[in-house]
Design a protein around this ligand. Structure first.
Ligand SMILES: [Zn+2]
Ligand SMILES: [Zn+2]
Length: 134
């Protein structure tokens, strides 16, 4: 089971809630805004799981707003969903990189971009080139 560990791209504070478990793992806790209402939204941190818990019932196919519970920063990304054209929501991965999810309820589009595999690959190429340069 692969889990993601995310933080706010604005204030850098962890968005993980160790008390609220989903799929028996700490959940990702964000503020959800919809039709003038605000509530907490808990997302599963398990990669590939779409389980969520919230008090606001966002109807399927409606777009909700996502904010950081610490700094109230808007988590909206500059990227648009290539399936439904809604704005994506971005979280920073603790290990580097980003995970983005679609803000439209029911849309399963999400993107995960890891920084580390690329860095490791670069390190590999550098050592490879170095070995040949010596
Ligand atoms: Zn924040
Ligand atoms: Zn979408």
């Amino acid at each position: 089971m692969v889990t993601v560990n995310v933080k706010c791209p604005h204030c850098g504070k962890s968005l993980m809630d160790k008390k609220r478990l989903i799929d028996s793992k700490p959940s990702i806790a964000v503020k959800l805004t919809y039709a003038g209402k605000r509530a907490m939204l808990y997302l599963s941190s398990v990669y590939g799981s779409y389980k969520v818990e919230t008090e606001i019932d966002v109807p399927k196919s409606k777009i909700a707003g996502f904010r950081c519970p610490h700094c109230d920063g808007d988590l909206k990304s500059t990227r648009k969903c290539d399936i439904c054209n809604a704005q994506m929501v971005a979280f920073d991965l603790k290990e580097g990189g980003q995970v983005q999810i679609c803000s439209r309820r029911g849309c399963k589009k999400h993107i995960v971009e890891f920084e580390n595999p690329k860095t490791e690959l670069e390190a590999f190429y550098k050592s490879y080139i170095k070995a040949y340069g010596d």
